[in-house]
Each structure stands twice: as structure tokens, then as C-alpha cells.
Design a binder for this molecule. Structure first.
Ligand SMILES: [Zn+2]
Length: 342
């Protein structure tokens, strides 16, 4: 593994360890801002909390590159009479994958309590439907690790509806080069953009266009990059889909030609494909059936831009995700080629 890939995976681990469901991104953005400054780049924050890093280019044109640092999560909806938490999800996790997962709930007065997501039929010795019961927020609860027997016991801990619930991401990097973790969507891409910044710095690269690197915070709920700085083109770097009818693998960079929000810009996609071919990258062009990106939200909000979408192939997205160092490297190489030619 080369030193840039190692840097990317180390930074990914750092930000994966900071919980950041949509609506709770201040801490992770602070880490992003610190790292951008440490690399020597100008960084500012938008009012809603996105970080925007600027790299000055050699022409008057501007390219936006975005990745979202917000993730799925949950929020306390109510407290049951027995002292368990009912929850609402933030974004769209695969609910059955939550069953048995560890979590933390954070109160408004900064206390954190651990717990576990469980079905409301959590024991085979007691419930006939323990295996068959559907898993969704109506049939699941959170059991917190405190001695509580009633709603008021839980309220005494300071827990109330509206408190954020963080899933344990279970980040693991294997000897074989796999990165498995929740929320590789899209923290692995945030880390890849930092790999790009580090390479720009170390190799004294002046991009052809000025770069506005947007680290967005509300993508999972649909308006991450609705508001962006003035750019001519924008490429969202977000997880590449793998599965049914798709050709991407965990080793590839995926180029998305069309998703639920419609086709991406013809010229941007054609340029991405050509650069992948010219640089002999492992890549795939695919159609994502259920997907929207920061570029989709920027276009819907009325920004007049040409948009594209690429990202490392991520298996089992919004569940127990996994990608490989090769996909990280292919994505970085494509971005580097693009900023030298854009
Ligand atoms: Zn994403």
C-alpha cells in the first residue's frame, strides 16, 4: 500500500470514529477544517455547516468536487413504559442490519449512554416470532445499558425525544486491503478528496481550474450541496453501487451515467471515461437505480452547472459496507487526471 493510500485510510478511520448523522456534523467538520489547514489550504464554512476548501488553479474556470461527511443515524422518538427507546431513522439504513448493533445516545446536556438495537421479540426462548418478525423502526427498540424500569427512570438520565442516536461503525481494515465499516458512504470519499489535497501539496500540482472542494453535511437527507459556491462544473465523489445488473466491483472507480435524478452531463461523463481508459484504470460505467447525489441536489436547487458522479465501488451500501484499497486508488487517480485536464 503506497503512502497516499495509507494516509487516506488513516484519515478515513479518524473521521469514521466521529459520529456525524445528518444534523450533527459540527465535530466531524471541525476535524475536516483542522486537517485542511494542516495541509495548508484555505477553508471556510457555509452557514449550514458545509466546509469549502479552495485550491487556486491556472485558469478562470472553477470545478467543484464534493463528498458528504454526514451519515445515516437515528433519533429518539419516544420512551416506552418499560424504559426502552423508540427511534426514527435519519436517512435510509437497511433496518434488519441494525438488529443487534451497538449504539450511543447523546443527550442535549452532553451525556452519552450506550445501548443495543433489538427487535421487540428479542429472545428465542420467549417469542415464537423472534426470527420471523420484520425488522423496522415500528418493530424495534433500543435497550440502553443503564438500570431503568420505567419511562421516568430514562427521563432522569436526561434522555428525551430528539436526542441523536449514533450507530457503531465497526471500522476494520484487513490485511488483504479491504476497508469494512458502516458509513464508507461517504467518508471514504471525503478521505479520498483529502488524498487529492495531499498529493496536490506534495507534488506541487497547480490544477487547470480552481477547485472548490465541498464537504457537505445534509446529503443523506437530500439537500447536502443545494447551496454551493459559484462553479462551472461539479463532480460528486460518492460511493459507487455494486450489485444486480451493475458492472462495478470493490476494486473499481465507478462512473455513474444516470441515477434516480436522471442522466449526468454528457461531456463530463465522456471525459471521465476517456481519462479512465487513457490511464488504464479499473473502472465501470453504471446506472444506479435508487440514488441521488450532491450534484442532484445542486441541480434541483437551481445551480447552472455541468455535473458528474464518480466514486469507489462500495458493497452492501447502507448496510455493512466494504470497499478495497484498489477502488480508493483508482478513484484518486481519476480525480488527479481530471484536475490536470479539466
Ligand atoms: Zn452517499
Amino acid at each position: 500500500m503506497n503512502k497516499t493510500t495509507k494516509y487516506i485510510l488513516d484519515f478515513a478511520k479518524r473521521i469514521l470514529a466521529i459520529p456525524s448523522p445528518s444534523g450533527y456534523c459540527e465535530k466531524v467538520i471541525a476535524e475536516v477544517v483542522t486537517e485542511a489547514k494542516a495541509l495548508g489550504f484555505a477553508v471556510e464554512k457555509s452557514k449550514k455547516g458545509n466546509a469549502i476548501i479552495t485550491v487556486t488553479g491556472s485558469s478562470s474556470r472553477t470545478l467543484g468536487l464534493s463528498a458528504h461527511v454526514d451519515t445515516l443515524g437515528a433519533m429518539v422518538k419516544s420512551i416506552t413504559a418499560e424504559g426502552n427507546l423508540r427511534f426514527t431513522t435519519i436517512g435510509g439504513p437497511i433496518w434488519p442490519t441494525l438488529d443487534g448493533e451497538y449504539m450511543k445516545v447523546r443527550t442535549r446536556d452532553d451525556k452519552e449512554y450506550t445501548g443495543t438495537f433489538l427487535s421487540t421479540s428479542p429472545s428465542v426462548h420467549v417469542f415464537k416470532d423472534a426470527s420471523q418478525k420484520e425488522r423496522n423502526p415500528e418493530t424495534m427498540i433500543v435497550r440502553i445499558d443503564e438500570i431503568v424500569h420505567s419511562k421516568s427512570d430514562v427521563e432522569k438520565l436526561g434522555i428525551r425525544p430528539g436526542d441523536f442516536i449514533f450507530f457503531d461503525p465497526k471500522t476494520t481494515i484487513t490485511e488483504s486491503g479491504f476497508i469494512k465499516s458502516r458509513f464508507l458512504d461517504d467518508k471514504i470519499s471525503v478521505a479520498i478528496l483529502f488524498g487529492l489535497l495531499k498529493t496536490i501539496k506534495e507534488e506541487y500540482i497547480t490544477p487547470v481550474t480552481t477547485l472548490k472542494i465541498i464537504i457537505s453535511t445534509y446529503e443523506e437527507v437530500g439537500h447536502g450541496a443545494a447551496n454551493i459556491p459559484e462553479v462551472d462544473e461539479m463532480i460528486a465523489v460518492d460511493m459507487g453501487c455494486i450489485g444486480d445488473d451493475l458492472s462495478c466491483t470493490e476494486e473499481m472507480v465507478s462512473i455513474c451515467c444516470k441515477d434516480s435524478s436522471g442522466p449526468y452531463d454528457y461531456n463530463v461523463i465522456s471525459k471521465l471515461v476517456k481519462l479512465s481508459q487513457d490511464n488504464e484504470l479499473a473502472y465501470a460505467t453504471d446506472i444506479y437505480p435508487y440514488y441521488g447525489s450532491d450534484v442532484s441536489s445542486a441541480l434541483r436547487a437551481g445551480n447552472d452547472i455541468k455535473g458528474g458522479l464518480i466514486g469507489p465501488g462500495v458493497h452492501a451500501s447502507h448496510g455493512m459496507e466494504r470497499t478495497h484499497a484498489s477502488a480508493v486508488e483508482n478513484t484518486l487517480k481519476l480525480l488527479l487526471a481530471y484536475i490536470k485536464q479539466a
